[in-house]
Structures are given as C-alpha cells and as structure tokens.
Ligand binder design. Structure first.
Ligand code: 0A1
Ligand code: ZN
Length: 872
C-alpha cells in the first residue's frame, strides 16, 4: 500500500487530511546542515538536524517524511542508530528524547526525476522545487511549514559541468576539490520552513545589477540563465528593481539580505517559486524581448517577478502554519502583485483583465464539483490546492478588506501583521485579526468569505421617490450549495455605488455600502432626478451581479461612468444580453448593438479615450465567460451566436474598421509603455474583427500584418487570425514562423498553441501531427500546456466536438502524464470538471472520459483526487 492511504469499501484510496486535525510539530528543528554530493548517476544527501522537543507539542514521537530515497545511514549524536521504523514513506522514532542530533545519509536520483518535485534536472541544470511537499524527496524531515530552521548547505559537484552552485542566503565558502570537483557553502541566517529551501547547480550565465534599499544598503541582484538567453533578461531585472522600490513605498518592506538571485529553468511545473533569496522561475516568466515575447508576456514577467519578490515578506518572513492557510501568503501576494501592476500600468485595464481572468477560471471552479473555500478544510493532495480560488479569490478577499478599512487603516493593519508575526508560521485567522485590531472592527462575519465556497449572487433593484427626492437600492444576496456545504450564512459584502443623472453626470460619488443581511435597502438623499446607479464599481466584491438596469441605462454607463471598470462592464453586459438574444433567435434585430459598436469605432477614429480600453470595449466576452451565464452550456451554440454578431460588426463597419486599423499601425521605435501596448491591442483587436470571415481577403490582410511586424505581439495576432483559415497563407505564415524561431523554445510553444486553438475541421489530424512532432516532449510542462491546455481551454468548440474526439485526446494525455508528472496530469483534468453543466450528449461523453481515467489504474493521489471529486 502506498504511504498515505486508507482502505475504503473495496478500493484503496488516498487519505484525506483535515484542518481540524492540526497539531503542533512534536519537535523543533532549529538548525539543519545539508551536504549534497552531485554525481551523474546519483546524488548523496547528508542531513544533520538538531531536534529539541517542542514545549507546545503533545507527543514525543518524531515523524520524518521521506520519499523516493534510499537510506544509507542513520546516526544519533554521532552513533549509528537503528531504533527507528521505516514504513509508509515515514521514519518514526518513538520516545525520541529531549534534545539530540540526527544525521541521515541517503541516495536520491534527480537525473530520473520527471515529477519535477524535490531535486531534479532541467536541461542539464540541477534545480529544486520543494513547495509544497518536495523537500521529503530530498531528505527525511518534518516536511511541514510550521517547522522553521536555519539552513547551512554545502554543494559539491563537477566544476566544468556545474560551475554555478547556489543555495539560499549568503555564500560563506567556496573552493576546489579533487577530481575536477568544487564546492560552495551557504548560510541562510533567517529560520525558514523547508518548502523554501533551494539548490541550483549548472552551467549558467549571469546578469547583474544592484538595488539601494531605503536604509541605504546595497543588494546585489543576479539573474541566471542559459548562455544565449542573457539578452532577454533586462525586463525581468527592471521589474525586480521596481518591485523592491514599490514594496518599500507601499508596504514599508525592505529586503534584508545582501543578495537576491533569480534562476530561469525550462522545466517547471508552475510559474515560479519564491525560495528565500533564490527564486527559481520558469523561463517563460523571465525571458522577454520584443522579437520573442508578446505584450501579455511582458506583463506576466513583470507581475510574476513582483509576485515572487513580494513573497519575501508575505510568505517567507511571515509564513503559513499549515497548507490550509495557503491563501494567507498567496491571496495576499496576488493582491500585492495586482496592485503593483496597476500602479506600473493602467489601473482600469489591470482591473478589467484581472476580473475577466477571475470570471473565466475561478467562477468556473466555484461552479464545479471541485469548488472549495479559500481556507479549505480538507484535501488529499495539497498540490491540487494551488487553485484560482486560493490565489485569485483569496486576492479579492484582501481587496475587500482594504476597501472596508480604507487604505490608511489597511496599511496600519499590515504593519501590525508584520510586526506581530515576523518569523512566525500563522493562519488566515491571524491575518484578519490584525485587520480587526488595527481598525477596531469586528471582522467575524467577514471571515465567512474564507470558509464558505462558491460565488455569491447579488440581485440589485432600484426605486426612485420623486417627491422625497430619494433613491433606494435594494440588494439581495444568496449563496448556492457547494460540495459539503449547505445553508450558508449571509456575507459582509462591500458594494461600491455611485449615481449618475440622465445626462450622464455623476451626482453622487462612490460610496461603499456594507451589506450584512440577506436583503437590505440603502437610501440616497437629495437625488434630484431619477438616477442611473453604477453598482459594484471596480468590482468591489467577487459576486455575480444581476440588476434591473435597462439597456439604455447600461448604454449611459458605458458612455459616461467615471469608473473605468464599470464603463467596460456595462458594455459587456449589453453584449451578453445581445448574445443571449441571438442564441434564442438567430434572426433577432441586433442593429442597436451594432450601431453602438459603430459609435465606439468612431470615437477611436477621433482619437478619443484610452486605446487599451477601447480594444477591450470592442471585444465580445469569451466563450468561457458567456458559458458562466448559461444554465446548460453548448459551446458550439455560443460560438455561432458570437460569430454571427462579429460578422455583422464587420459587415456594417468594414470601412471604418479598416481606417481604425491603419490609423493604429504603429510606427517608430518599439516600446512597452501602456500607450504603445494600448495601440497594439487596439490594432490587433480590429484585425481580428476584420478577419472574422476567414476569406481570401482576410488571409491576405493577416499575412501582410505578419510580414510587417517588428514584434511578437503583432506576429502572434496575425497567426491567431490565420489559425482557423484554410487559405494558403496559413501554411506559409506558420512555416515561416517555425523556421524563424525554432531555436527559441518559448516561441515554439506559441507555434504549438496557435495551431491547437484552430476551430477548423482539420484540427484532429493537425493535432495528431503536432503530438508526433519532433519538438513535442511530454516531459516538458510548458510544451504540454502549449498543446493540450491550449486545445482544451482555448478551443472550446473542438474540445467539445460532439464526436468526443476532443475528450479522447485529453483523456489519453492525462493517463500518460499520470505516470510521468502527477501534478501536471492533475491540472489537465480541469476542463472536464464542469461536465455536469454541459448538454446531455456532451455530459455523457465527458463523464465517460473521466471514468476511463479512473479505471486506468495506478492513479497518483493528485489525479485520483481531482478525478474522483469531479465524478462525485
Ligand atoms: N508559491 C509559488 C507557486 C508554486 C507552488 C507550487 C509549486 O510546485 C508544486 C511551484 C510553485 C507561487 O505562488 O509563485
Ligand atoms: Zn505565490
């Protein structure tokens, strides 16, 4: 039986861990000395740990987690020791004593580690990934975040193959050894949980800069990449310096060590990892150059560099008590990186893109059998809980707390949090208590947001009393049941509202209404004429809002709201209503909507307004966003209604669109200023509208766009417009792209993705060719995502093809990946989990695919958990 298992009725299923069972670690491990001897066919790890009985603990049994290791020797206080039990991936020592040093030497095999957890090799470079439970693949230890230790690390390796040897903290020694080997020794003076441990050994080049902190100390900043990639690191370095500055200004947080390292590797399960002073990144989130990275890539690099840096305080200095508290660090750090990006770029655009992302991915998670609370109360495999809910909804919870407290009090509360908990492992409850203590507010109702899963619904209706000059807004909230949770309580919802008059002039600026009951009315005085309320400004709470606003009211908001987010939102609501109407009756008159689009195009031609916002206003909601509004999801029907409207826009406004396109064909030097990105975004959105009919003219226009491009954003836009095409230009452009960029792995990923999203009949044959392409490698997570995730997430029509071929593709990939990389396999299950919301025919086929995975045998606990919960 595998380690964490229990015997169910007649199948063996992995064991569930509960928050209510938390108990402090029985032993403290104040110091750990690690020695790594790296060889081509094995790595020897020696760990020496000082254990002292934890006065807060309630057991004297020391339990050490360990996985995929061969123990070579065990000693206590320098004497060989055999009095331990080794079973179920654990060493157990009963009555272990008050204080002793335990030394364990074991052998591990990074060279064959395809799970990419623990120590592994990426294109010849050794690297580690210890969050959440990877450290147990390196040595036997209490692998839990509430055990904090000072780490000393020595690394020995062949000098010519691995000239760079890094770990956390400060370099204390280095030198030569016999047989062409060398070593470095590192000390990290701040106690940390083992999930923040990191080691890198490789042949890498380094880009250097420095940052002067607010107290005048100089910090060396190093970015390590493979030789040849050094020309693509400048944006990451600038982003790091901006992040360090922003954290000082906005949160008063200074970096404490003298060195900050970033290492980029090609094989990585996630985006990046915040290991203390040695962040390890997926190359995708470090490398950026105009010729190889899109504007979206540039923004992601900036956001993720910031995210990992911000973890230094929110995650590392103050860490999580247990993994149920993951949102303590992730929700807070996402909120910090979103705010950073909003300050660096356009606040409205950032908010629109963040909310769009939340609705596409988190709302759908909430609507699935895998819905869970921001502070979940149980899990089987913690790797499955790095979710949109923990990250993105968690960030919305921090945003709401800032909204409720106001910026100044929120800052006092975070100061208190850092003061109180620096060097501690704490809970989400502790964080919210700081908000309560700094503000004097009772936050207990607010805390329900952490405990209750699901997206609340909010219904708003309004009443105007002409005589009293009063306007009343009535709000009703409801919380649907989610797995394991019924009869939920009403939440404290901050609803930001402003009022506009019929001329579109704001008469009442934003007020935050605090809703605490199921149903509540709020009255505004001194309202001279019937107003149009702008409700939930800035998306002040992560809810599904329905209002009684007419299309005309929405049109007024779209034109005149002072809140950039709600201006966009009003247009999206009109678009959603129009799509609904077309889905119900394809002959319905949509001329009003099409005319309104014409007005916006005209504004663009008159150079009025922000181009990035106009680009978003001219974009219809994505199929995945529309799907969230449907009782029964039929992707093909959504797509055909959406395409019908897009074609009508092109038919009616072709000339104006062409003019707008030409007006924005950027000239001059490439820049990633918000204005330059806005212009590209507008131009490329217009190109998409102009090529929606996929005829020969469209292909010629897209090819010309590609040929004239001086940057990757424009090239990718052209390829996306050609993806569905059957015109000869498609092949020409895709072939040119491949040959031009075949040496750039991240661009080859784009080449795979842009073909996987093709909504055309040839897709299944194309997919088979791509799968067998020499450059496809199932062991590389970026490549897997570029083919399979692109297909299953961004090609909803073909993934949900009535034949079931799309489902079969993903099913087979999951079964294959389960044995190679369980984390990546489990993530690929996501597109299946909402199966019950689709049409009966699609539902049946999706369920069959899930069942086939379940029956395929030897499932990892990662895949078992998501598939079994999806089927429930
Ligand atoms: N803490 C990282 C994300 C991360 C989580 C798990 C990983 O492996 C299972 C890797 C990275 C972050 O939030 O950036
Ligand atoms: Zn994070």
């Amino acid at each position: 039986m595998s380690p964490d298992t229990e015997v169910g009725s007649n199948i063996i299923k992995p064991k569930t861990i509960y928050l209510k069972d938390y108990a402090p670690a029985p032993y403290k491990a104040s110091h750990i000395n690690l020695v790594f001897e790296l060889f081509e066919d094995k790595t020897i790890v020696r760990s020496e740990v000082l254990y002292i009985k934890n006065p807060d603990g309630n057991s004297s049994t020391l339990i050490l987690n360990g996985q995929d290791q061969t123990i070579l020797s065990v000693e206590i206080d320098g004497v060989a020791f055999t009095g331990y039990m080794l079973a179920d991936n654990q060493i157990t020592i009963n009555e272990a004593g008050e204080k002793f040093t335990l030394t364990i030497t074991s052998e591990i095999h990074p060279e064959t580690n395809t799970a990419l957890e623990g120590l592994y090799k990426s294109q010849g470079t050794y690297c580690t990934q210890c969050e959440a439970e990877g450290f147990r693949r390196i040595t036997y230890f209490q692998d839990r975040p509430d055990v904090l230790s000072i780490f000393s690390v020595r690394i020995e390796a062949d000098k010519s193959k691995y000239p760079v040897l890094l770990s956390n903290g400060n370099l204390v020694e280095s030198g030569e050894l016999a047989n062409g080997r060398h070593f470095t020794a590192w000390n990290d003076p701040f106690p940390k949980p083992c999930y923040l441990f990191a080691l890198v050994a490789g042949d890498l080049v380094r880009i250097e800069d420095t940052f002067k902190t607010m107290s005048g100390r100089n910090v060396d900043l190093h970015i390590y990449v493979r030789s040849g990639d050094e020309g693509q690191c400048d944006h990451a370095m600038q982003s790091l310096k901006k992040s360090m500055q922003w954290d000082e200004e906005k949160y008063g947080r200074e970096y404490e060590l003298d060195l900050f390292n970033i290492v980029a590797v090609s094989d990585f399960n996630m985006g990046a990892m915040e290991n203390t002073s040695l962040n390890i990144f997926n190359t995708k989130l470090v490398l950026a150059h105009q010729e190889t990275a899109t504007d979206t890539d540039f923004m992601s690099v900036e956001g993720v560099i910031a995210h990992e840096y911000f973890h230094n305080w929110t995650g590392n200095r103050v860490t999580c008590r247990d993994w149920f508290q993951l949102s303590l660090k992730e929700g807070l750090t996402v909120f910090r990186d979103h705010e950073f990006s909003a300050d660096m770029n356009s606040r409205s655009v950032q908010r629109i893109d963040d909310v769009d992302h939340l609705r596409r991915f988190q709302f759908s998670e909430d609507a699935s059998p895998l819905a869970h609370a921001v502070q979940p109360d149980n899990f089987i495999e913690i790797s499955n809980f790095y979710t949109m809910t923990v990250y993105e909804k968690g960030s919305e919870l921090i945003r709401m707390q800032q909204t409720l407290l106001g910026e100044d009090t929120y800052r006092k509360a975070t100061d208190l949090y850092f003061d109180r908990y620096d060097g501690h492992a704490v809970t989400c409850d502790d964080f919210v208590q700081c908000m309560a203590d700094a503000s004097g507010r009772d936050m207990s109702q607010f805390f329900l947001w952490y405990k209750q899963a699901g997206t609340p619904s909010l219904i708003a209706s309004s009443q105007y009393d002409e005589e009293q000059k009063q306007f009343t807004l009535t709000l009703k909230q409801s919380q649907a049941d989610t797995p394991g949770q019924t009869n939920k309580k009403p939440l404290l919802i901050p609803v930001a509202v402003g009022l506009l008059n019929e001329q579109g002039i704001e008469t009442h600026p934003t007020q935050v209404l605090e809703m605490t009951e199921r149903e509540q009315s709020f009255t505004f005085d001194n309202v001279k004429t019937r107003p149009v309320p702008s409700i939930l400004r800035g998306f002040s709470a992560p809810v599904k809002l329905t209002t009684d606003l007419s299309d005309d009211n929405l049109r007024l908001l779209q034109l005149s709201d002072t809140d950039g987010f709600n201006k966009w939102e009003a247009g999206q609501t009109i678009a959603l209503r129009t799509i609904e109407r077309v889905m119900a009756d394809s002959e319905v008159d949509i001329s009003q909507f099409i005319d309104d689009i014409g007005i916006m195009i005209q504004q663009g031609l008159n150079n009025k307004g922000d181009k990035a916002l106009l680009a978003r206003a001219l974009s219809l909601p994505a199929i995945a966003v529309i799907a969230q509004t449907q009782d029964v999801i039929d992707p093909a029907a959504i797509d055909s209604a959406r395409t019908h409207i897009l074609k009508a826009i092109k038919r009616t406004h072709k000339d104006a669109l062409l003019r707008l396109y030409k007006d924005n064909l950027s000239m001059g030097e490439f820049s990633i200023s918000p204005e330059a990105m806005g212009r590209r975004s507008l131009k490329n959105t217009v190109l998409e509208l102009l090529t929606v009919t996929n005829g020969s003219g469209c292909a010629a226009l897209a090819k010309a766009h590609y040929d004239h491009a001086d940057n990757m954003t424009d090239r990718v836009a052209a390829l996306a417009c050609l993806s569905d095409s059957t015109q000869p230009e498609r092949e020409e452009v895709f072939t040119d792209f491949y040959h031009r960029f075949k040496d750039y792995q991240l661009v080859v990923d784009k080449w795979f993705s842009l073909q996987a999203i093709a909504n055309r009949d040839e897709i299944f044959d194309d997919f088979a060719k791509l799968r067998n392409h020499a450059e496809f490698n199932i062991k590389n997570p970026n490549r897997v995502r570029s083919l399979y995730s692109a297909f299953a997430i961004n090609n909803p029509v073909k993934f949900h093809d009535p034949s079931g071929q799309g489902y079969a593709i993903l099913r087979d990939a999951i079964i294959e990946l389960n044995a190679i990389n369980p984390q990546i396999a489990a993530r690929q299950v996501t597109p299946f989990r909402e199966w019950k919301r689709y049409t009966p025919e699609l539902q049946a086929k999706m369920k069959d695919a899930l069942q086939a995975i379940m029956d395929s045998g030897n499932l990892s606990s990662d895949v078992f958990e998501v598939v079994s919960k999806s089927l429930n």
